[in-house]
Design a protein around this ligand. Structure first.
Ligand code: GLA
Length: 529
């Protein structure tokens, strides 16, 4: 007998009735109010998702289980996992097919452990599982079936494979209504019962920023940033310029996605990697690395793991920065208040000569006479407190590079929480016919600088499970105690959800979910509690 203990997630929002409209809002427009969002209380993606996806480097071939496993190991070995990169898995290249029973099934030649087995491997490594599908009849290459007409069974299958994130492409969708389609996929996912981040990938078609917040956690705003393996700097810069205009529409749980990162791909200098990464950070863009993380220079690792840049991206207020002014070849990016009262500002010089730029503090809404501290996010150096004689910042920006700062009235520049886990899967097997106590722990480490209150178990647990939370400095452990008394032979499964709040703002943090598997090989005596 299979028992499936799944924790109910409170949901229940239909799509907002936004109008599809292909225009982006003009940069000059004051931030209007975006949609009322996510009554969907899933606690997912309250900061921009971070992870790795294969497409930018590998394209469809040679994605397979071996590659993904190597990438998972490299994420851990290189420090990217510690820096917060969490979601990982195949893109198109996932290679499932649809059987005569209508179900999608793993291609065991490409994924010998099965797509569930790959997910278990990823979860056991303390990472989250990302999968890919398409909303149309077929994926973009035409090689795989899309979800059209099979939305509910496919979302059930993704839940059974234990996905935590699904990217849903928009190829081969002729005649489909985009709002209805992604709404149906959202409903199907909720019917399947597993909390999953929904990544909508219509490349800006149908202006998803106008309506998708209640049905997805992020949406692509532009065309692909590159063909696999072929970095195109000019295109990436155009994408940044287009995406930044959409700043009013982003926020916790609903992000503009200007596509996966090209930082670290062949052909980019350190300055370009730094500039690119800084732009994605200040735009609160999802940080899905797209380079070959098995083979990275020290410089690439330094860029992708800069905790101070990541802190700007992962800031709990979730505000998207944007260009507030350009001066010659220099774009001034701001409008990014941070959780500690500081704000981020970035100067990007796309010209060929060093430029000196003056930014009046009043443009940032700061009192020109205030004594300020300035933190250089790439030099890791603080200056101040200083009162500017002219109420302005003067910055020298090297050609083709950025300068990025946090500006504050205090000098401590705390880093917000970034959560790293040792595992997201507890797998236990009972033995014998008499009752046993089994335990398994999950350890979470907060890579930010402030301590968190205790995580709170969100919901009723199945009767065989109790979860105790204990704190050890910045780390917290969740001890899962299982009593097998009175359990019948079978496989038992629970998804545990824990919640926390960020202490400076009191805002909810992204919920932590993990799976518990319990195998009971024979009926156990005793009385269930
Ligand atoms: C689209 C997406 C890409 C990638 C490919 C796969 O182009 O935008 O990110 O998923 O499909 O075919």
């Amino acid at each position: 007998m299979k028992k499936f203990w799944l924790i109910a997630v409170v949901v229940g929002l239909a799509a907002g009735g936004g109008q599809a409209d292909d225009g982006v809002i003009p940069a000059s427009q004051a931030p209007g109010k975006a949609l009322k969002v996510h009554a969907m209380d899933d606690g997912l993606a309250l900061t921009p998702p971070m992870g790795w996806y294969p497409w930018n480097t590998f394209g469809q071939e040679p994605q397979n289980e071996k590659l993904i496993r190597e990438i998972v190991d490299a994420l851990a070995a290189s420090g990217l996992k510690e820096a917060g990169y969490t979601y990982v898995g195949p893109d198109e290249g996932i290679c499932f097919s649809r059987g005569s029973d209508g179900r999608i099934t793993t291609n065991l030649q490409r994924y010998p452990s099965g797509l569930r087995g790959l997910g278990d491997f990823i979860h056991a490594k303390g990472l989250k599982y990302a999968l890919y599908t398409d909303a149309g009849t077929h994926t973009c290459s035409g090689a795989m079936p899309g979800t059209n007409g099979h939305e509910f069974e496919d979302m059930r299958q993704f839940a059974e494979w234990r996905a935590d994130y699904v990217k849903i492409d928009w190829c081969n969708t002729e005649g489909q209504d985009i709002v209805k389609t992604y709404t149906k996929l959202h409903d199907a996912q909720h019917a399947a019962g597993r909390p999953i981040v929904h990544s909508l990938c219509s490349w800006g078609d149908g202006s998803p920023w106008l309506w998708a917040a209640p049905v997805g956690h992020l949406w692509r705003t532009t065309a692909d940033i590159c063909a696999p393996g072929q970095v195109n700097w000019e295109l990436a810069m155009k994408i940044a310029a287009d995406n930044q205009k959409l700043y009013p529409y982003a926020g916790p749980g609903h992000w503009n996605d200007p596509d996966m990162l090209i930082a670290g791909m062949p052909g980019l200098s350190e300055a370009r990697n730094r500039a690119f990464f800084s732009l994605w950070c200040i735009m609160a863009a999802p940080l899905m690395a797209g380079n070959d993380v098995r083979d990275m220079s020290e410089s690439t690792i330094r860029v992708l793991t800069n905790p101070e840049a990541i802190a700007v991206n992962q800031d709990p207020l979730g505000v998207q920065g944007h260009i507030i002014r350009t001066e010659g070849k220099v774009g001034i990016w701001a409008g990014k208040p941070l959780f500690d009262g500081s704000q981020a500002v970035l100067f990007f010089n796309q010209g060929a000569a060093v430029e000196s730029v003056i930014l009046n503090l009043s443009e940032l809404g700061i009192d020109p006479k205030a004594a300020l501290y300035t933190r250089d996010i790439w030099q890791h150096a603080t200056s101040g407190p200083a009162v500017s004689p002219y109420g302005a910042l003067t910055v020298m920006v090297p050609p083709g590079d950025i300068r990025m700062y946090r500006i504050s009235s205090h000098g401590d520049f705390p880093l917000p929480p970034v959560i790293v886990a040792d595992t997201y899967l507890i797998s236990l097997r009972a033995s014998g016919a008499s009752a046993q106590k089994l335990t398994g722990t999950v350890k979470l480490i907060n890579k930010g600088t402030s301590e968190l209150p205790l995580w709170k178990v969100r919901q009723d647990l199945p009767p065989w499970l109790t979860v105790a939370v204990a704190k050890n400095g910045k780390a917290q452990t969740f001890t899962n105690s299982i009593s097998t008394a009175g359990l019948k032979k079978g496989l038992y499964h629970a998804v545990v959800r824990l919640d926390n709040t960020e202490p400076l703002t009191g805002k909810p943090m992204s919920a932590v979910y993990y799976d518990i598997d319990l195998e009971v090989p024979g009926d156990v005596g005793g009385v269930a509690r």
